[in-house]
Design a protein around this ligand. Sequence first.
Ligand code: DAH
Length: 370
Amino acid sequence: MAYTVPKLTDYSAAALEKAAGECVRACGEEAAAVRSEAELKAFRDRWLARKSGILTLINDLWLKGAPKEAKREAGIQVNALKARVTELVEAAHVGGGAASFAAESVDITLPGARRPMGAEHPVIKTRNEIVAVFQKLGYSVAEGPVVETDYYNFEALNFPPNHPARDTQDTLFIAGQQAKPQRERLLLRTHTSPVQIRTMEKLRPPIRIVIPGVVHRNDPPDASHSPMFNQIEGLAVDTNITFGDLKGTLDFAMKALFGSSVKTHFRPSFFPFTEPSAELYVTCFICGGSGKRGSDPCRPCKQTGWIEVLGCGMVDPNVFEFVKDNGYDPKRVSGFAFGMGTDRLALLKYGVDDLQLFFQGDVRFLEMFG
Ligand code: DAH
């Protein structure tokens, strides 16, 4: 039976209290029975509507209708009742009102919900380790844009327009740039080296910086290639920096990263922005330099006992010419630079045999590093 407001004949405190109690109970039961938004609205209107809602009716019947001597008591009771009913109506929601707390209660004896702990991605971890080694040597961290101009990615790094060295970079160009002068055309940076120039434009020598970042090349993805990968660049410029400084710094860094028994080996190479240029090899930390794993050939070093880890060299004076006005007169300063593939180093460090695993976001793979 739906609740209707009774007329009162007895206005004693006890009778008022009883009537109010019945009203609140009825309201609670109706709140608990609400099953849809439409029912919720009807329920609210039934109790709170200004014109003929139940509370208005109670006001009229119980308060206005009370004899003079009972008015005070009736006022107190009706006010308390109004507050309680309003509370119940406001707390009501689809699927049960405030009266259904019992149904929503929690069994605190059940085991809690476990949140899986996150872990640093192996590439980020490797990047942080490498950066930390150089920070201890006094290097700061610099960063630059991934969408870069031809000028910073190539020209100021001594790749003149149409120079064949540009072909080695498998560049992804941004479309619709033909109307601009070549040096302003946009592309996805193919290496972190452009940040060398950007930093030298901002900071006067001496500088020592490492530059972690994402780069892109038009390489189809396979076990050792990805169109997006990570590099860490390094640059030190001062007066009297020599190739000996380059060798000492990188030898120290490789020992810090791969263990003190690692040996380093430099082989001549070519990069337009360094002269002379070299590739740095370290003794294979899988086979220890023997080229063998037991009686099997060592795969990561292709049985040579050496693994190539980065490109490096002395900053080419032609590069300094582009930032000469900021204190980089090639007659006064010299420097060295290096660049390494963070993902490749992470592959080697963790013995992972497929680069794609780093970028697929498969939780089962990532959990192995947690
Ligand atoms: N930017 C080169 C590349 O991506 C790597 C590199 C080589 C960076 C020699 C350097 C360097 O700073 O001195 O192939």
